[in-house]
Design a protein around this ligand. Sequence first.
Ligand code: FO1
Length: 314
Amino acid sequence: MRVVAVAGGVGAGKFLRGLVRAVPREDVTVVVNTGDDLTLHGLHISPDIDSVSYWLSGVADRERGWGRAEDTFRVLETLRELGGPAWFGLGDLDLATHLLRTGILRDGGTLSGATAAIAGALRIVPTILPMSDDPVATMVECVGEDGRALDLHFQQYWVARQGRDAVKGVRYAGADAARPAPGVLEAVAAADAVIICPSNPVASILPILSISGIRRSLADRRSRVVGISPIVGGAPLRGMADRLMPAVGLEVSAFGAASAYGDLLSAFVVDLKDRTDASRIREELGVDIAVTDTIMHDDGSAERLATVALESLR
Ligand code: FO1
């Protein structure tokens, strides 16, 4: 059974560890958000690709969610002592990934090529594809505490300024010109199931769907597309979806998450705590509903969630 997973960072990483227990890992292709990629210290950093790669290879820091387990931050601390920019928490081990990726790009390689090289080195079997080799930047339009308009890159909004600004809108700069990365459309066309992972709809999934070719490819396969709600009990488990969703006109609820990509879905998995949203999603969006415990305590619970998602398409 060939499966495409449309993925953001931490939530997707946890989920994918279960998915590769539910189906043969060589049958899985992951299409990953790059809207929150950034260049820092001259390095190309792809946080969501790295989260997915680290989770799938078993080196992720399970507590923090991002970065590598048992990493140290000596380079960052020294940089801070020297008065350099130290707002983004790059670990010493994590830095090796960014050095390798940046070198490949500098030598004329693509982000897809760099991603495949790193995945190969980490002995990851599923195929990991960036959504695009072209740059797309998730920009968060805010009003600062002093009332001034701010146009912030996602990482400036969330990490540098710690989400303190009032969000007025979100856009995906560069999406109009961005082409799907090699292999993305082919994987979706050949998939028996496309799973939209329990990731932040605005920061992780909509950037991928903002690439028109990808959105169209999913629309063509609607009968095989299932989404999983990242909302539990009317709120995100972590992150800032509750601040970004209203800014793009989405209710902060399982219904709001479903309506973010409702026109592409055949089925949607909601948490037991949000079961009251089920009939609304079914009736207003025309989407089948599965209700289950969506909290992924471990790989076993992630596997059960993946199985429920796949069975909801049968
Ligand atoms: N998130 C933070 O909140 N603070 C950090 O300092 C930080 C560093 C970081 C370094 C590498 C990486 O791959 C991810 C990192 N993240 C950090 C997570 C990241 O900012 C976002 O959570 C994702 O981009 C959203 O999916």
